[in-house]
Design a protein. Structure first.
Length: 115
């Protein structure tokens, strides 16, 4: 499985931004999808994650503002970021699990939120 993340950039607080993660390869075996982020000097953290057929879980700090979705026809996962805050500034990564234990990371995409 190969993942290509895109959509990062600079945005003002209160604006919106949509990240994309296009998957290729053995995508039929993907059963977990998620977005993570890593801010400078901090550990990488989970932002949102969904297991096939299940509900999406979000870190408390983004609940009500970010939405994880996917377009199966395009083999693409999205992270819609509404009303971002400066503390959301980070490198964002997509990650998926294929089968029982094979995890794959996309390359990071930088998101910078200015006040």
């Amino acid at each position: 499985v190969q993942l290509q993340a895109s959509g990062g950039g600079s945005v003002q607080a209160g604006g919106s931004l949509r990240l994309s993660c296009a998957a290729s390869g053995s995508i039929s075996s993907i059963n977990v999808m998620g977005w993570y982020r890593q801010a400078p000097g901090k550990e990488r953290e989970l932002v949102a994650i969904v297991i096939s057929g299940g509900t999406t879980n979000y870190v408390d700090s983004v609940k009500g503002r970010f939405t994880l979705s996917r377009d199966n026809a395009k083999n693409t996962m999205y992270l819609q970021m509404n009303s971002p805050k400066p503390e959301d500034t980070a490198v964002y990564y997509c990650r998926v699990r294929a089968g029982n234990s094979n995890w794959y990371w996309g390359q990071g995409t930088q998101v910078t939120v200015s006040s």
